[in-house]
Write a protein that binds this ligand. Structure first.
Ligand code: ZN
Ligand code: ZN
Length: 467
């Protein structure tokens, strides 16, 4: 995501100014990142005395990028080496921009890391470029070649998003190799998660040949090592009876295992409660079922009250009573049970067994959430900085919950400029905020209407309806 802007502090005259991202990307001729911010001293410098001896901090956290008189210069391009980059590569005599342009040899990357393990150096380089998928893949692949298990796991994680058969095959192979790692603290992931990921791929033949038998074996193995998701998945397989023969006892046993591993998970405890209350895969046990259900509802209520803040607290006893009523409503009938409906809607969303049947008896799923219908503007510069700069956000996620479109701002000469979230300037200048916002949205392919603040106020008073 594009940072809001930078602070430039002059070592010569002491002047400190804030410059928005929109202005900086136009001066640099490239997007503003923790890496390119190191170019600010040369490209912009002090706006008061013109000196290039300046320190640079990136907003909003005032994260240190260049310290005047202290920051080292890159031996390759002579630009400053970002202080943030130096934190990961303390001995670097090259900058991260030269790394991303392929101008630094692998041996130098390893040497600058300060440890002998090349895999770890490459993996760290991948994390330096978070948000830059191409660079991440490049360095994770290098690290994966050395057998670094953490890199294999993260590489696979990035590749799961792809639909390319070659990527899926690479993803499967990376997860398989990560699953063979011996557990250790440095891995930063649990081997059983990798094992579960392999099992899911085998189950559906994603990037590999389908092998249901082997998938089930691996899910059991992952579950035995503590992967609750594996046990849950296995329980669902035996309940659905699509890929394997239906086996309710086995399904209950798997969910029971997941519940034993995470008794505070409201989904896992709800599953056990419904099995016990409805007598599926086990003898009915109302007393135990009510106890476990009460625990699940209390965990759900804690989340509900947290999300909704000051709203009336979720009525746990009422919800429990309503679910017990729902258990007795005949199949195909429904009753007014609003609390149970709200709780079960969530449980059905989490694919808790029987939650969907019970939900049908309470009136079915809740109506879908209606997003706000207009582009949302929010003030962008850090506190105390007086600037007319705004984030522009879409109510509709474009790709993977990405709602940020970019920034628009009014320059001192009253014209407006727009910059995408990727740090690319849109057009030249605009005469009004509206024109800038509309051009920005069109530039990133978003067609949500813009409503100026006056019309929004009218709408709130009920004087105008949304289109
Ligand atoms: Zn100055
Ligand atoms: Zn350089």
């Amino acid at each position: 995501m594009l940072p809001p802007g930078v602070w430039i502090k002059c070592a010569t005259c002491g002047n400190e100014t804030y410059r928005s991202a929109g202005v900086v990307v136009r001066a640099l001729g490239r997007p503003l990142t923790d890496h390119t911010a190191a170019m600010v001293p040369q490209a912009i410098g002090c706006l008061e005395c013109g000196s290039h001896e300046v320190s640079v901090f990136v907003a909003p956290q005032k994260s240190k990028i260049v310290v005047a008189g202290k920051s080292r210069r890159c031996r390759v391009c002579d630009g400053f080496i970002s202080e943030r980059f130096r934190r990961s590569f303390p001995k670097a005599h090259f900058c991260s921009l030269c790394v991303s342009e392929g101008r630094v040899a692998d041996e130098d990357v390893v040497a600058a890391f300060g440890e002998a393990a090349p895999g770890q150096a490459y993996r760290t380089m991948a994390s330096v470029f978070w948000g830059d998928k191409a660079q991440q893949l490049h360095w994770l692949r290098k690290a994966a070649k050395t057998g670094n298990a953490n890199a294999l796991y993260r590489l696979a994680g990035i590749l799961t998003e792809s639909n390319d058969p070659a990527d899926l095959a690479e993803c499967f192979s990376a997860y398989s190799r990560a699953a063979m790692a011996t557990a250790s603290k440095e891995l930063e992931f649990k081997v059983c998660y990798a094992e579960h990921a392999v099992a899911v791929r085998l189950l559906w033949g994603r990037g590999c040949t389908r092998d249901v038998g082997r998938a089930i074996e691996m899910m059991r193995s992952a579950g035995a090592k503590g992967a609750t998701r594996a046990m849950r998945g296995l329980g669902r397989l035996f309940l659905d009876g699509k890929l394997v023969e239906r086996n309710l006892d086995e399904s209950y046993a798997c969910y029971r295992k997941a519940y034993d591993l995470s008794p505070d998970d409201f989904g896992d405890s709800a599953a056990i409660a419904f099995f016990l209350l409805l007598g599926i895969g086990t003898e009915p046990d109302e007393a135990e079922g009510v106890k476990v259900l009460g625990h699940s509802i209390s965990k759900y209520a804690a989340m509900h009250d947290d999300v909704w803040g000051q709203r009336p607290r979720f009525d746990q006893d009422g919800c429990l009573r309503e679910i017990l009523v729902a258990c007795r409503v005949a199949e195909g009938r429904s009753a007014m049970l609003p609390l149970a409906r709200r709780y079960l809607h969530w449980m059905a969303y989490l694919r808790v067994p029987q939650a969907d049947h019970l939900l049908d008896r309470c009136g079915g799923p809740l109506p879908p959430y209606q997003p706000r219908w207009e582009l949302r503007l929010s003030r962008c510069p850090p506190e105390k900085v007086k600037a007319d700069t705004w984030w522009v956000q879409s109510p509709v996620p474009r790709s993977a919950s990405l709602t940020m479109l970019g920034q628009v701002e009014q320059l001192p000469n009253r014209v407006w400029i727009a910059t995408t979230d990727a740090g690319v300037p849109v057009g030249e200048t605009f005469g009004s905020m509206k024109d800038a916002v509309v051009a920005l949205a069109a530039a990133v392919g978003c067609y949500v209407p813009y409503v100026d603040p006056l019309a929004k106020r009218l709408k709130r008073r009920g004087m105008d309806a949304p289109p």
